[in-house]
Design a protein around this ligand. Sequence first.
Ligand code: SF4
Length: 359
Amino acid sequence: MINILKEYSFDDFYYKVLNNEKITKNHYLKYLKPEYLSILSYIANEIKNRYHGNSAYFIINKHINYTNICINRCKLCSFYSRGSDSYTYDVKKILEKINLYYRRYNIREVHIVGGLNPSLEFEYYETLLREIKKRFPNLIIKAFSAVEIDFISKKFGMSYKETLLRLKDAGLDIIPGGGAEILDDNIRKKICPNKINSDTWLEIHETAHRLGIKSNATMLYGHVEEIHHRIDHLLKLKKLQEKTNGFITFLPLKFKPEGTEIKVKETTLYDDLFTIAISRIVLNNFKNITAYWITLGLETSKFSLYYGANDLGGSVYNEYIIKNKVKNYIHREEFINIIKDLGLKPIERDSYFNVIKIY
Ligand code: SF4
């Protein structure tokens, strides 16, 4: 391996990555290439091991997609209602769903995202958060992506800061990472022309971090972007993390074309693992990389734990945004068995990666 490193002048790169030294964008572009995956996976795994050793994490959570009505109608989306299938859950129905899973599975987090539905009043969002906190005070609420925060702010004539403060006061704990897609405005025009631009996504997360609201970050890959767009995206996240340290975890999201207007083939296992590895390498100031099984598939997620990821994400319990998936939930025992079978130590975590239980 040393010869290969020298041949490609990889040794300096390797040293700098592991010593957390500054690396230029050109160096990332030069060395983060699919043909180097075997070496990149070694580096990524080394970074993962420094943070987490042989631990692998999961969380027991419940996803709620409160409405599929959305004015944005993004080309990349298979979730928004195109006709008679539209729905919006009222607060009572959402509380009933949470109650069921809270009692049955002892969920630790509720993850709430939905479309941009113009018929919802601000009271809906506030009441929803307040009622969840009142009835389930131990439950962490991760809700409303930056896209929804922008929509709510504009609709009700508030700044991002004001909106976030009101939602925080009502019970919002964490903002999910959705809506980042690829932080490149030319690509965004092709896949989601009506969605907030890259700077706005970053601004909303920065505002949240400064208000003490942690968030996650994502990257939707495998549509019309190229590898340099992915690297650029990761570098933008890394820069914001340097400023605020407000991101908890990063989730690369594999694009699922079925039901969308973007006609491409799904990415290969090789590309998925490459993306996990480069995410772990570039984002060495993120403590956590999540292999989100609902888009990657369970088998790829398992492999990902040896390519730099340290987390499998949540039990989910019914999510409707991603089509064409084999499973819609994973129970606690299944997570534990999967991780043990891989020779790793299962850790049940909360939304902040605090340890709840080591199995
Ligand atoms: S991706 Fe989000 S913003 Fe775009 S149409 Fe779907 S629900 Fe709406």
